[in-house]
Design a protein around this ligand. Structure first.
Ligand code: ATP
Length: 344
């Protein structure tokens, strides 16, 4: 990267005054009612800077994902699971398209969870979740998840209060099991305001090309907003653990929610520090063998071209190292003053 570009990238990064891992993580005393859904905790730049920073981070995210994938090809067991929850129109689909859209689709394992089928209902609530878990080396994405069973499950009284209580415990045990098996969980709740949801629903109704996204049942869920907020609050309190914390992402500004999730995901991957696997053959010997099959002139040209390419890759590796290091050390820059909704 040129010096000018490096300086521009540094400027954009400095717009994070508090890393989202700190600014958005749910901690003791968190109150969903105190979240300003239009705010951008930790981020002091504007929308334009946010979009540019996200694009920049996307390159790192793509390489981290490719490394994780390559690692698994050699027997690595690690994987990342991004769980996305949110009320209707909160932007879950946008996260899938815009954040995960920046990495190779081969490495993404996306699953959505709607109303359970008769077969799913005949099993424990985690049955369908276990079947949807990502293989090693993948970034799994759950668009809705087992948390529906303590959200809509609680609000619509699809289970007794005792059963809901038991589910929190089961979820914690399940997630502990996943973490022990090599999963990194990134749990994000996209929090939109009641008013903003009203606008988004109306926009869907006003546009013919958005009608397919609307369901009359969305109004029924909206009518139960306070009960949903209570269910979210209970979910945060009962299932935000040290090994699988929740992040509350204010989501009225779509660009901020996408930027924040990109950063959280990149940070989770950077912590894993996935490495390119070692090969058992010598690249020089192999190259000599390939060159021996080519006419002398073409071979000479290829060597020159590849030398230039190798230099570019070395420069990119430097950017990668710097980026990863920054992501990992971000948490050290604590600034408790900007945490989301925990009254500090
Ligand atoms: P979305 O609203 O997520 O964009 P959608 O409108 O296309 O998706 P589906 O994905 O088919 O709808 O289903 C989502 C609906 O399924 C939500 O209303 C959600 O509450 C409901 N749902 C998901 N899981 C469960 C569950 N375990 N029990 C009951 N309802 C559930």
């Amino acid at each position: 990267m040129s010096t000018k570009k490096n300086a521009e990238a540094r400027d954009r990064e400095s717009s994070w005054t508090t890393a989202p891992g700190i600014a958005l993580q749910i901690r003791a005393g968190f109150q969903i009612a105190s979240v300003a859904t239009g705010s951008t905790p930790g981020w002091h730049g504007d929308k334009k800077a946010g979009k540019a920073a996200m694009k920049e981070r996307g390159k790192l995210l793509a390489e981290l994902q490719e490394r994780l994938y390559a690692e698994a090809r050699q027997g690595g067991e690690r994987r990342v699971l991004l769980i996305v929850q949110g009320m209707d129109t909160a932007g879950k689909g946008g996260i899938c398209r815009h954040v995960l859209g920046m990495v190779d689709p081969q490495g993404v394992h996306l699953r959505s969870f709607g109303v359970p089928t008769a077969e799913e209902l005949s099993h424990d609530f985690l049955w369908r979740i276990r079947r949807a878990l990502p293989p090693a080396g993948m970034i799994g994405v759950f668009d809705r998840s087992h948390y529906e069973d303590v959200l809509v499950g609680k609000v619509d009284e699809l289970a007794t209060p005792a059963e809901i209580e038991e589910r929190y415990e089961k979820i914690n045990e399940f997630e502990r099991e996943l973490v022990d098996a090599g999963y990194t969980l990134v749990k994000v709740a996209l929090l939109i305001g009641y008013e903003e949801q009203g606008f988004r629903l109306l926009r869907r109704l006003a546009r013919r090309d958005k009608h397919w996204k609307y369901s009359p049942s969305d109004v029924a869920a909206r009518a139960q907003w306070p009960a949903y907020m209570d269910a979210y609050q209970a979910m945060f309190e009962r299932t935000s653990t040290e090994y699988a914390p929740w992040y509350a992402v204010p989501a009225d500004r779509k660009w901020f929610a996408r930027l924040a999730v990109t950063e959280l995901l990149a940070q989770a991957l950077a912590r894993l520090a996935p490495r390119w696997p070692e090969v058992r053959w010598d690249p020089r010997t192999q190259a000599a063998q390939v060159l021996a099959t080519m006419p002398r002139h073409t071979a000479q040209l290829s060597v020159e071209e590849l030398r230039a390419e190798a230099e570019d890759v070395a420069a990119e590796s430097e950017d990668y190292r710097n980026g990863v290091e920054k992501l990992i050390t971000q948490d050290a820059r604590k600034d408790a003053g900007e945490r989301v909704g925990n009254g500090q």
